[in-house]
Structure formats: C-alpha cells, structure tokens
Design a protein around this ligand. Structure first.
Ligand code: HEM
Length: 306
C-alpha cells in the first residue's frame, strides 16, 4: 500500500518542476527587453525557489519510494534500496539528471552569469529537460516495445504543456498583483500585453494537453469509456477533466472579456477595476490548475485497473 504522504510530495514535485520550466518559458515568450526590472527579478527568484523545492521533493520522493520497496522503516534497508534504484534503474538515472539540472536552474536563476535573455533561454531549456524526467517516474514509463517511446513522448508533451500553463498563470497573477498596487499603469500595460500574448499560445497548449492526455489514457487504460466510471482511476480522471473544463471557461472569459476590457481601460487610464477583475479570474484559474496537480499526484500512484 503506497504511503499517502507521497501525494503532497508528488504535488510539490509537479508544481516545482512545472514552475522551473514554466516561469522562464513565460519570460521568453511574454516579456520583451523592456520588461519591468522588479517583476523580472521576482520571476528569477521564484524560478530559483522552485528549483530548490524540486530538489528537496525529489529527495523525499526517492526515499519514500525506496522505503515502500524495502517494506521496512529501517533507514539502512531503505538506503540500500535507494542506492539500487539510483544505480540500476531508469527511475534512478532520470532522478540524478533531474537533481543536477535543478541545481543548474537554481544557480543560473540566482547568479548573473550571462546577459538576461541568454539566462532566460538557458533556464527554459534546462527546466524543460528537468520536467520531462518526471515521465519516467509515473505511468508514462509503463508501456513496452513500440509503444514505449510513443507513451513517453506523449507524456513529455503533456508535462511541458502543463508547465507552460502553470508558469504563465503564476507569472500573470504576480504581474496583476503589481498592477493593482502600482501608481503608474506600466504593470497594467504589461499584464494586458502578456495576457493577450498567452491567448494565442494558450490554444496550442490546450490542444497539446487534449491530444497527449488522450494518448496517455489509451495506453494506460485502453479504448474503454466504462472504465472512466467503473474504476477509482477513471473517476479521478473524470474529476480532473471537470476541473479542466472550468479552467477553459475562465481562460475564455480572460481572453474574450477581461483582457479586452483592460486594454480599453488603458486608453482611459482608469485601470483599477479592469485589473481587479482580471486578477480575480487569474487567481481562480491558478487555484484550479493546482487542483488538477493534486488529482494527478494521486492518479499516478493508482493501479489503473483497480
Ligand atoms: C490543465 C490541464 C492539465 C494539466 C495541468 C495536466 C497535468 C498532468 C500531469 C502533470 C500529469 C502527470 C504526468 C506524469 O506523471 O508523467 C498528467 C497525467 C495525465 N493526464 Fe493530464 N493534465 C491536464 C489535462 C489533461 C487532459 C485534458 C487529459 C485528457 C484528455 C489528461 C489526461 C491525463 C492522463 C490520462 C494522465 C496519466 C495519469 C497517470 O496515470 O499518471 N490531462 N496530467
């Protein structure tokens, strides 16, 4: 019986790795060279914190997995199992790669080792590989033969698409907070531009999640609809899709109502109400996506057929 404490650890892992890639990816596609220095600094700092949380959560996840496999709480037996996991399995190899890459992310996000745009591009690339390693830690690695790489590939696309959405939402909430307290309208202009910019990328993210998620389901459960209702795994996935639908409704409201309202308000200079409405919706959408990550943290531990 898997340790229920693994759920908060897996949630921390998904959230940290998604931010470790998603925040620099946001900086790359939404923030130009004229971005507010204070906001950029905060996004770098949050990326570094996410990387450190990712390393700590990876340590806990490995230890808890080893303890469950050793089915003993004796630290010596757990350490022996952890060493075998690290030295002799794909889970171990990808774990080591992830921790090394996260340490790099923490360093590059903290130290001014290169021009800002170079650091942002490097963080997005390294963060993407670190996030992709999670595919080997869940059901993504359960297929064999020809289907093995299709499943891993679909799962990696799923993780990266989820990372872009998580990172963009957290960054937009941060900018909206800044815009709601700032004396000038610069942060509100940035919010309007960034929210507008994500509208286009957002459609690609949603399509990638739907296609890769369906491939995931077909390779884990198979072409069965009844399993969605008959199994705990299926019911949790249905709950996830319900939350996802709520997110789509909020994203549509942001795109077609709240962001255009802010754009219009910027012409009159009275942006506070438009900023407050968009901020509220972004907070709600962010709460929902973390709800999806909680469900996924449990989903990946379940036996799909049970
Ligand atoms: C906001 C939208 C979504 C987010 C943030 C999200 C996030 C995730 C994450 C992080 C994983 C874990 C991958 C792993 O551990 O390897 C996952 C797995 C999965 N997702 Fe999604 N997903 C989203 C939407 C969808 C949609 C729309 C579908 C279905 C069409 C879907 C189906 C699945 C399936 C079947 C799995 C495999 C679960 C497992 O057994 O480990 N997801 N999702």
């Amino acid at each position: 019986m898997l340790d229920p404490w693994l759920i908060p650890v897996r949630l921390a892992l998904y959230a940290a790795l998604a931010l470790g890639f998603g925040l620099p990816a946001f900086m790359l596609h939404a923030l130009g060279n004229d971005a507010d220095a204070a906001i950029t600094r905060r996004l770098f700092r949050l990326t570094a914190v996410a990387a450190v949380v990712g390393i700590v959560a990876s340590g806990f996840a490995l230890w808890m997995m080893a303890r469950d496999m050793a089915s003993s709480s004796d630290p010596g037996a757990t350490w022996d199992t952890a060493r075998v996991l690290l030295m002799e399995t794909a889970v171990g190899t990808t774990w080591v790669i992830r921790v090394v890459l996260l340490a790099l992310v923490a360093g590059i996000a903290t130290l001014r080792v290169a021009p800002e745009r170079v650091r942002i591009a490097a963080l997005a690339a390294i963060g993407a590989v670190a996030l992709a390693t999670l595919a080997w830690a869940g059901h993504g690695a359960m297929s064999e033969g020809d289907m093995a790489w299709l499943h891993l590939g679909a799962d990696i696309i799923h993780l990266l698409a989820a990372g872009v959405w998580v990172g963009t939402l957290v960054a937009l909430v941060l900018i909206a907070r800044e815009a709601s307290i700032a004396a000038d309208t610069f942060p509100a202009q940035l919010l309007s531009r960034a929210a507008g910019g994500f509208a286009r990328l957002g459609s690609v993210v949603v399509a990638a999640l739907l296609v890769s998620g369906t491939i995931n389901y077909l390779l884990i459960v198979g072409p069965s609809v009844s399993e969605l209702v008959d199994t705990l795994y299926g019911r949790i996935l249905l709950a996830k899709l319900a939350v996802f639908t709520g997110m789509l409704a909020l994203a549509a409201a942001n795109r077609f109502r709240l962001a255009p309202a802010l754009e219009f308000a910027l012409q009159t200079g009275n942006t506070l109400r438009a900023v407050a409405a968009l901020k509220r919706s972004l907070w709600l959408e962010t709460a929902l996506i973390f709800g999806v990550l909680v469900l996924v943290a449990g989903l990946g531990m379940l036996d799909p057929g049970a």
